[in-house]
Design a binder for this molecule. Structure first.
Ligand SMILES: C[S@@+](CC[C@H](N)C(=O)[O-])C[C@H]1O[C@@H](n2cnc3c(N)ncnc32)[C@H](O)[C@@H]1O
Length: 171
């Protein structure tokens, strides 16, 4: 497993996360290599330098990062990971962008934007992520968030069939 985050994250995220994992004596069940890189820069070079092999199928996960990048940066990241993906590679990501200006997320939006609210420049892959992926070499399947959480008996439903997770397979 390769975890890629930004330079800022190396200071803030890993400074917090790594000691917490160590204190909990958490042990990965696979090889784990942390690669600190700014996703707006040459993160692919940083991956290769740490032994990434593009000829082997890869499972990529966007766990809440693309939405923090400007639209053109997010697209560049996914074009790069597409180039690094041999057929059979997987890419998992969320489709939550359409809700970013809704009332429901006002508090969260203020928190992550240090109190600011209102319109901001487009970020992430945009509202039609599945079609974008299909046009760029990926076969996609979508599962609505509400279906995924239904068996968990928790009040986590979003009330929308459009929000959920995309699993893409490189063709
Ligand atoms: C919602 S958090 C996701 C955290 C992650 N899922 C985890 O478990 O650590 C968004 C992350 O995006 C990172 N990020 C923002 N801009 C970035 C960039 N240009 N390059 C790399 N990471 C970036 C932030 O540092 C933050 O850690």
């Amino acid at each position: 497993m390769l975890a890629v985050f930004g330079q800022g994250s190396r200071i803030y995220l890993f400074a917090f996360k790594e000691p917490v994992l160590a204190a909990a004596n958490a042990r990965p069940v696979c090889g784990r290599h942390v690669v600190a890189a700014d996703l707006r820069g040459d993160w692919a070079g940083a991956l290769r330098a740490r032994g990434f092999r593009a000829e082997v199928p890869t499972h990529w996960v966007d766990e809440g990062v693309l939405g923090y990048l400007r639209r053109e940066d997010a697209i560049r990241v996914v074009r790069t990971l597409t180039d690094l993906s041999v057929p059979g590679s997987h890419f998992g990501l969320a489709e939550f962008d359409t809700a970013q200006y809704s009332e429901r997320y006002t508090g969260l939006r203020r928190l992550v934007r240090a109190g600011a609210d209102g319109p901001r420049e487009p970020s992430g892959l945009g509202p039609d992520t599945e079609r974008w992926l299909a046009e760029n070499g990926w076969r996609t399947a979508f599962r609505a968030w509400d279906d995924l959480v239904a068996p968990l008996d928790r009040p986590a439903a979003l009330g929308s069939r459009d929000l959920g997770l995309i699993l893409a397979v490189r063709e």
